[in-house]
Design a protein around this ligand. Structure first.
Ligand code: FAD
Length: 540
């Protein structure tokens, strides 16, 4: 309020009060304001009817004038209240400091604005949004105060309700054992809870929401856009996240729901524009997964034991066939020589040799008949990280018992290959078994096994490194031959392990090699082609 308008009010309030005291009839007197002549009764009518509770007091807050709205808001008729102090409205709950500040402000000729708790004539309380302005005389002294207030109880309650609801929602969200985050259309985090904040440091993947959104979009492809357009939610999208050194993998299940919020900006007042948000929930399901995994590993162990039994029977029988085959060949050669000599006296010996041959061939045929069959292979998408992880778990006790350090370094996100999970498990189990045996041999150096996965545009690679004695380069191709051992001291089992390993790799259209340039021990490099749909366009 400017000094001019204060002065204007001051001069005319006097008249107004005088008129009110002497006569309720309005005067036809006119006043001058900014050079315009306006009707005094028009001014008074306006103040009377304005929908704000107006009171005019003397310097001590004694009420001299109230308008109609004042009566409506406070319940006091002019007769009840004229001559009383404004403190009649005080509920005595408003802290004294508020009044001190109020009076300090208005006595310094400034306008005070604040919220007080007032008492209605009928006794109920209401919240008053009050403005008090001092009115000055020509000597610049305060002569009156004008107070204007509105009952904002309902607005106040509505605001408090909104705040309470927000606090309630926040505390419910924070108490939730699930990480929750609200994202705007640009993927910016608008709201999150304690569990989500914990993920930021736990996962070490930058903004967790951005990380999971990338995984979800990759996983869903076009479906994501469709869900977003239709505002349909999604559920149970599970991801395995390896930590930096690959030792502690964690599992998370993601769910999401889009919702619309009406735009609150002034520009959108007459528009029905709305913004869409995504509520993303990220549940750590590692514990449940580990339990399932333990069950799974138990089942795998049983299966592998059975596989192992079948394999060792095959190996034993094949070994026996191999062993019989050699003297059989020598007997056949001797028979040929005797036949060639053709003397009568050798006929008895020839006969014996032929009998030995026949019974030998029968024995081989019986053993071949007894060779157990390898189960039929069914192909399905296989994640090699998962297979390697299972194989590590299957061998965890042995690794621990031998004090072997395991460096498990999987690529965080690895495409699937088409293959037989069982056969691939058998392959890596064989290679890990060999590595453990090699590392456990008496050796002075560090005992470690490193398993890592890598990706090139067309291939998935698995490397199994061990710190054992290694295999001489000239023996690299021989180790894939039947019944060959690289270790003359006999620490390596004599068997078909690498032959079967190579057979499995070949069945999966891959290849297996020993790294010639790895000198700290032995490194097996196994590579599989990526399925066509995983190949980048540039590699097609
Ligand atoms: P009070 O003793 O009246 O005042 C409390 C403190 O305020 C005092 O200790 C003193 O520091 C200061 N104070 C009081 N009067 C003066 C004065 N004349 N000069 C300097 N300091 C002073 N109060 C409401 O509760 N509700 C209202 O709607 C309301 N409207 C008002 C409208 C106007 C135009 C004015 C001028 C005042 C209004 N007041 C209102 C304030 C009211 O006058 C009281 O100060 C207040 O209600 C506290 O009353 P009290 O009896 O508890 O204490």
């Amino acid at each position: 309020m400017t000094k001019t308008s204060l002065y204007f009010l001051q001069t005319h309030i006097k008249k107004m009060c005088a008129i009110n005291e002497l006569s309720p009839q309005l005067s036809d007197a006119t006043i001058k304001f900014n050079g315009d002549v306006i009707a005094y009764n028009l001014f008074l009518e306006t103040v009377e009817q304005v929908p704000v509770a107006i009171s005019i007091t003397d310097k001590k807050a004694k009420i001299l004038y109230v308008n109609k709205e004042f009566t409506a808001v406070t319940g006091y008729q002019p007769d009840d209240i004229l001559g009383q102090n404004e403190s009649i409205l005080s509920d005595k709950r408003t802290p004294k400091t508020v009044y001190h500040e109020l009076w300090h402000t208005i006595r310094n000729q400034k306008v005070w604005r604040g919220i007080l708790c007032n008492r209605h004539k009928s006794g109920h309380r209401y919240i008053a949004d009050l403005t008090i302005a001092p009115i000055l005389n020509e000597a610049n002294e305060i002569t009156y105060y004008i107070g204007m207030h509105r009952d904002i109880t309902q607005t106040h309650e509505a605001e408090k309700n909104v705040i309470n609801q927000k606090l309630l929602i926040e505390s419910v969200i924070n108490a939730s054992p699930i990480a929750m985050v609200v994202l705007d259309a640009q993927d910016h985090v608008i709201l999150d809870n304690h569990n989500y904040k914990a993920l930021v440091s736990d996962l070490d993947k930058g903004e967790p929401a951005a990380f999971f959104l990338t995984l979800l979009r990759n996983e869903m492809g076009e479906h994501w856009t469709q869900l977003q357009t239709d505002k349909q939610g999604f559920n149970h999208y599970e991801f395995k996240i390896e930590d930096k050194n690959g030792r502690r993998a964690r599992w998370f299940s993601c769910a999401g729901n889009w919702f619309l919020e009406n735009d609150i900006h002034v520009d959108a007042f007459f528009d029905q524009s709305a913004k869409h948000y995504l509520i993303l929930t990220i549940t750590d399901i590692t514990r449940q997964r580990r339990q399932l995994e333990a069950l799974h590993i138990q089942t795998l162990k049983t299966l592998m034991t059975e596989d192992e039994r079948v394999r060792s029977i095959r190996e034993t029988l094949l070994g026996a066939i191999h062993q019989i085959q050699m003297p059989m060949n020598q007997i056949k050669a001797a028979e040929q020589i005797l036949k060639h000599k053709g003397t009568e006296q050798n006929s008895g010996l020839l006969n014996i040799l032929q009998q030995i041959q026949t019974s030998g061939e029968e024995a081989i045929a019986t053993m071949q008949h007894c060779l157990p069959n390898i189960l039929h292979i069914t192909e399905a998408p296989v994640n090699l990280n998962q297979i390697l992880h299972e194989v590590l778990l299957l061998n965890s006790q042995r690794l621990l018992n031998n004090g072997i350090d395991v460096h498990w370094q999987p690529l965080a996100v690895l495409p699937h290959i088409m293959g037989s999970a069982n056969r691939l498990r058998m392959l890596f189990n064989q290679l890990l078994d060999n590595a453990i045996t090699a590392v456990s041999a008496p050796y002075s150096g560090e005992q470690y096994i490193k398993i890592s996965t890598h990706l090139t545009p067309e291939l998935i690679h698995v490397c199994i490194d061990d710190s054992g004695p290694g295999i001489p380069v000239d023996k690299h191709s021989k180790v894939f031959e039947p019944f060959y051992t690289a270790n003359a001291t006999g620490t390596h089992k004599v068997g078909m392990g690498l032959v079967i390993a190579k057979e499995i790799v070949t069945q999966h259209h891959g290849f297996i090699d020993i790294d010639q340039h790895y000198y700290q021990g032995c490194r097996f490099k196994i590579s599989f082609p990526l399925p066509p749909h995983e190949l980048g366009e540039e590699t097609l």
